[in-house]
Design a protein around this ligand. Structure first.
Ligand SMILES: Nc1ncnc2c1ncn2[C@@H]1O[C@H](COP(=O)(O)OP(=O)(O)OP(=O)(O)O)[C@@H](O)[C@H]1O
Ligand SMILES: [Mg+2]
Length: 241
């Protein structure tokens, strides 16, 4: 029987009186990658922020089960300690905290920090305040750097390729692929461009539209269908999530 790392059950999320996610059901098998597509403003980032436990969202209904236990009422720190990692679409700027300090918090292995930061061309910005005046690409590489150092058993990537040049997409894609191969985590990856699909093996994808999830199928098939027919067509898909 399939074992699930994450199960989102009938999740309804509101901000004030506005419903952003409406009865979401999603299962991610252990060691597997799920791709999430969807138009701007459909609720993709909200879903992963709520899974991580970012404040400001009200869970009106439903539950989030991680490795068999509800994590709905846990703090972000507790979720991170259980092995959940996130790469933000828009990571926060933190003045007074250097990238190197975050790295040292995540691992005591100085050599790992040195090698990984060099590999990701981050060595020159290690001493700078986190995300303060980082370029778009530096910010994304820094997010991936922190994620790999954390070694999460399950992680959430929010548009890892957005704003990243082609060479760096390739660099990040290869690093992600190696990380998946070595650590075998489960993950949920949001993408608009689909570039990431060239580097990782993902069995399943689904589509978020207006706060609801549609379809469950092969990422390439769904991506091609979106390019050809648009997102609205996904609403007609009979493949149930
Ligand atoms: N804290 C909040 N307060 C009010 N509205 C919010 C909040 N967070 C998200 N929203 C709204 O919820 C909707 C979904 O936002 P979300 O960021 O999840 O979209 P998305 O699918 O990630 O879009 P994109 O592809 O543009 O990143 C948007 O209309 C957004 O303005
Ligand atoms: Mg988003």
């Amino acid at each position: 029987m399939a074992k699930y790392t994450l199960q989102v059950k009938n999740l309804t999320v509101k901000v004030g009186s506005q419903t952003i996610l409406d009865k979401i059901n999603l299962k991610i098998e252990e060691h597997s990658t799920m791709i999430l597509f969807g138009p701007n403003g459909s609720g993709k980032s909200t879903l992963i922020k709520v899974i991580m436990g970012i404040s400001g969202y009200d869970i009106a209904e439903g539950d989030i089960i991680f490795e068999g236990e509800s994590i709905k009422d846990l703090s972000i720190e507790e979720r991170a300690e259980r092995g959940i990692g996130i790469m933000f679409q828009y990571p926060p700027k933190i003045r007074g905290v250097k990238l190197e300090q975050i790295a040292q918090f995540l691992t005591k292995e100085e050599e790992r920090i040195r090698a990984l930061s060099a590999h990701l061309n981050l060595d020159k910005i290690l001493h700078r305040d986190l995300n303060v005046d980082f370029s778009g690409g530096e910010m994304k590489r820094s997010e991936l750097f922190q994620l790999i150092l954390q070694k999460p058993g399950f992680f959430l990537l929010d548009e890892p390729e957005s704003g990243v040049d082609m060479e760096n997409i390739s660099l990040m894609g290869r690093m992600l692929k190696a990380f998946l191969k070595e650590e075998k985590p489960a993950c949920l990856i949001i993408t608009h461009t689909g570039y990431i699909l060239d580097y990782i093996e993902a069995k399943n994808a689904c589509v978020m539209i207006d706060g609801c999830l549609f379809c469950l199928g092969h990422p390439r098939e769904i991506f091609e269908s979106i390019k050809k027919f648009g997102y609205e067509k996904c609403k007609e898909c009979q493949r149930e999530i």
